[in-house]
Ligand binder design. Sequence first.
Ligand SMILES: Nc1ncnc2c1ncn2[C@@H]1O[C@H](COP(=O)(O)OP(=O)(O)O)[C@@H](O)[C@H]1O
Ligand SMILES: [Mg+2]
Length: 340
Amino acid sequence: MTQPNSPDPQLDAFLVEHQLACKDEALTWRPLTGGVSSDIWRVDLAKGSLCVKRALSTLKVSATWEAPVSRNADEWAWIQFAARHCPDNVPIPLAHDAKLGVFAMSFLTPAAHPVWKQQLLEGDVCADTARAVGRLVGHLHAVSADDSELRDRFDTLENFQALRLDPYLIATSKRHPELESRLRYLAQRTASIRTALVHGDVSPKNILVGPKGPVLLDAECAWFGDPAFDLAFCLNHLLLKCLARPDRQEALIASFKALTEAYFDEADWELRAALEARTAELLPALLLARVDGKSPVEYLTDDAQRDHVRAVAARLLLEPVDYLYQVAQTWREEIESRQS
Ligand SMILES: Nc1ncnc2c1ncn2[C@@H]1O[C@H](COP(=O)(O)OP(=O)(O)O)[C@@H](O)[C@H]1O
Ligand SMILES: [Mg+2]
């Protein structure tokens, strides 16, 4: 039954075993692009299409970056958690095989589910989308906060350290001796907080804009930890997009604010002041990490753009602020001072 384009007969057998495909059925496997840490395919079957994801042990980025494949099981567990609370906002989880490190989920058609990153880069910036993302992420944090079962299941700090804290904050600290102690402190503090289920990769490239709201993909960094990380991680992308689309800066900052407010409307597990201050402190570290860490964004192509990010990040790392609007303000001031 293995088709000529099947990447691995074990994957065909996995679909048959879970009654997602019939024995001897003709399956068409097409690799999906965009990811760096997994193999991911669209599989066309007689009944329709689905999506199969298998984690890689070495990530497809230029710097060496290894990560345990157990994160595939963590992503599967996260999708199941999210599907219980927000079924319209994740793909439908279909089947999982821990030994193979693979799972299947529903396939969302690109025509009806554009990638948010693509929309933003094309200048299609909609505050309602940002608001819905803020509400979704805040809600998933709120329903997981202080849940002891989730805390035990997502005791995945080692993975989060390998995929997030080390490549972003620690790698960046090695290139900025004057910021090293601050970046190390932020990494340590983040690692020490265990409050809610963090997705770990809330980036516009992992968000599809569907007819029933945003769909969140790619939870392989899921960790029961500091929710400030997800909020800072996502807001970071909205700031960085201002450099790729200076003509859409106002709309991007409006989206930054809409996302923030919608998030805090849901965040009922701790005082806003504490959570917002941690987010405002992490955000400049993540900004710098997307220029000088192990996973630089591909759309900041010239030195002036990268220097802008370094200047804002250094200023805010050395003189931290408590509120997210202050981070956006500093970001804008730096853009304006460079234009004049
Ligand atoms: N269930 C799905 N339906 C449709 N497209 C998907 C689905 N899951 C992932 N994709 C597409 O594949 C890309 C890579 O998937 P992702 O889970 O983000 O993998 P990686 O961990 O490698 O980044 C996504 O950006 C998205 O465009
Ligand atoms: Mg991805």
